[in-house]
Write a protein that binds this ligand. Sequence first.
Ligand SMILES: Nc1nc2c(c(=O)[nH]1)N[C@H]1C(S)=C(S)[C@@H](COP(=O)(O)OP(=O)(O)OC[C@H]3O[C@@H](n4cnc5c(=O)[nH]c(N)nc54)[C@H](O)[C@@H]3O)O[C@H]1N2
Ligand SMILES: Nc1nc2c(c(=O)[nH]1)N[C@H]1C(S)=C(S)[C@@H](COP(=O)(O)OP(=O)(O)OC[C@H]3O[C@@H](n4cnc5c(=O)[nH]c(N)nc54)[C@H](O)[C@@H]3O)O[C@H]1N2
Ligand code: SF4
Ligand SMILES: [Mo]
Length: 726
Amino acid sequence: MIEVKTSTCRACSAYCPIEVSIDDGRVVRVDGDRAAPLYGGFICPKGRALTAMHNDANRLRHCLKRQPDGSFTPIGSAQAIDEISARVSEIIARHGPRAVAGFTGGPSVEQPAGPPLMLAFLRAIGSPMAFSAATFDQPGMAIANALHGTWMGGRMRPEAWEVFLLVGGNPIISKQYFGQNPGDQLKALIKNGTQLIVIDPRRTETARKAHVHLQCIPGEDPTIIAGLIHLIIANDWINRDFVALNAQGLDELARAVSRFTPDYVANRAGIQQDDLLHAARIIGQARRGDFGSGTGPSMATRGSLTAYLMLCLQTLRGLWAPEGQEAVQPRVLLPRVKFKAQPRAPYPAWGFGEKLRVRGLQQSAAGLPAGGLAEEILTPGEGQIRALFLHGGAMLTWPQQELTARALQSLELLVMHDVEMSPTARMAHYVIATKMGFEIPAISLVGEISSLLHPGYGWVEPYGAYQAALLAPPAGADVLDSWQIYYRMARKLGLRLKLRSGQPPLDMEHEPTTDDIYEYLVAGSAVALSEVKKFPHGHIFDEAREIVGPRDPDCTARLELANPAMLEELAKVRAEDFAQRRGTNQDFPFLLIPRRMQNVTNAAYRPPGVMRNPYNPLFMNPADMKERGIAGGDVVEIRSRHGTIAAVVQGDAGLRPGVVSLTHGFGKNPGEPCDPRKDGANVNRLTRVDDDYDPYTGIPRMGALPVAIARFPRSEAAPDRAAAPI
Ligand SMILES: Nc1nc2c(c(=O)[nH]1)N[C@H]1C(S)=C(S)[C@@H](COP(=O)(O)OP(=O)(O)OC[C@H]3O[C@@H](n4cnc5c(=O)[nH]c(N)nc54)[C@H](O)[C@@H]3O)O[C@H]1N2
Ligand SMILES: Nc1nc2c(c(=O)[nH]1)N[C@H]1C(S)=C(S)[C@@H](COP(=O)(O)OP(=O)(O)OC[C@H]3O[C@@H](n4cnc5c(=O)[nH]c(N)nc54)[C@H](O)[C@@H]3O)O[C@H]1N2
Ligand code: SF4
Ligand SMILES: [Mo]
């Protein structure tokens, strides 16, 4: 008999509510949950493919251990944890706790308890070496918040927006912003009078809905935002009352942008002056609105500066939630906070915490720079990392794949969690087979935590959801919830794990359940988890709504419009020879940019059938293809200054001529045969960790990357050549 149960899709960070049809312990169908609030029953092909994912015979059912000859043999999870624990304690004894590091990434969407337990474990052994994918993502936002200060009232409510400015993001595909059915949300906003401005070198699904689309040359976001600031100031479109009360540094900012005149900006960024003026006028006259940015500008270098300038622009217009407005993103499973119509003063963005031993990189408001992790592993000396626990798809997602490979190979101990024998798992000493989706209880906590770091995540309304696990792992399987790895190691090593300061440690005698861990994680939440559990479709908790309160009478905090480091970087932007810095020339005539595709999430597990073609095509403007005699379906060679890959071309008339785009998360490991039509192409063979990296966050140039595109003589795949060693 078929049973239908509600759950949440965790194949991306949109967390769509779903209905799962189960027949005798087997998933037979997944649909959007029409009875759930906010999402309107939305589901994408990845959600539907959860059926194939849970029934995939290739899924890992046992942990694996690498043998001296490189092959893998199954090992019981208990035995694996015993052996790993012994090696960890031996490494700590020999090299100290800093020799043990962890990395968490995308899989935390599915495994909410994994990262907190990994961090608790690292704290318990005394290692500061906790890295995350956040510093390969949009780390500049955390830097910008620290340097500018933040608004304690939060953002303006979308139903009131007259403008939304989106710089280098594509919510319709990525669901970053408007995560609950983005197409419908955007349609409703536009119908409601919101003018959408999109800055993107590609006419994306989202840009097609925009009132103004600035189809710029990649990497020119600081130029364009500085140009918009210049126009807002020059036309006296500043919200004077707001700025006088809440900000400082206007005169210095005005001077810093004074030479970003419309003709300079338009010429440099490859856009029309009229369009720039049109965008500035919409922004300058809107009384309510919001701005957001995506991975485009972050990957294109100077992500911290772009994010900082966007905050300055937003503050100049006073587009922050006023007193009396209902707050967006109030807490549900996190402790309640008071929203207030006042600034929180800037705070240190760097200069505290752990320093890496490479390139002067250090802990910042965005975390420890993962861009320096591979070199940290490879650099001999005291503190060198010898053991790494990996909760992400490093081999396909970290820049400079060849360096990543060398770093991972050099480790004494690499432990990977996985549900498949992924490229990264193939590098590991131990692969811990983990539970997948429906075997893990769903909870909206990670979405809410993400919204603290990035306004494009979480829920505007006080939404919360929890659904129990729906399935047991396959009969005979020996798989763990990823947090159990750290709990069981800690127990072996006699450590007591604490999830938060001020909280009692976990019970190390009797192993908690995943639900117990969730209870620890939501301690002090605005709404009790037991209450959230009463609503199988998820729920909007009216009792969690908050109104933005008045300013404290003694508040003296001000938002900073003239951070010296940022204005210095901006001066450099204006002074440089931009064509030279861009790096395109006859040898490298194209700029390669990142993009997401609908049916894949980064390098995450791809259920059979989820993609029509299993590869990531190189998208190219048809005029550029024609000029070079390239047809759709041809295999081409993409060469950057750092490496060469082969990819299958697909025409995309929406791309700005001279720009090509390729999604990350595909391909194979160095030395493995890679067929671009089957395995796709790894864009991170074209990147390099020390190429024009952000000095604060360490994120290197992963967009606006100069490349050459050449047709293979007989249109067949050439072997990938590895990048030059660092
Ligand atoms: N060139 C380039 N590189 C990029 C980007 C780009 O735009 N261009 N984007 C960057 C961004 S924004 C991000 S967030 C990162 C993402 O980078 P990561 O966070 O490193 O990668 P994911 O692809 O999310 O990780 C998915 C993989 O993690 C492994 N895994 C580990 N633990 C588990 C587990 O418990 N369960 C499951 N199911 N799998 C597990 C599986 O192998 C799975 O394939 O990539 C970054 N890299
Ligand atoms: N379907 C799907 N959804 C995802 C993911 C996925 O892999 N697939 N990944 C998830 C993750 S980890 C993240 S971080 C988010 C990211 O969410 P988004 O940032 O919205 O991701 P993209 O869709 O890649 O949008 C980036 C846009 O930037 C544009 N762009 C590229 N270079 C530049 C530039 O120099 N300047 C400007 N202005 N624009 C530029 C690209 O053309 C593209 O349209 O998506 C999440 N959601
Ligand atoms: S957008 Fe698709 S992959 Fe993301 S949560 Fe929703 S159904 Fe799942
Ligand atoms: Mo990301």
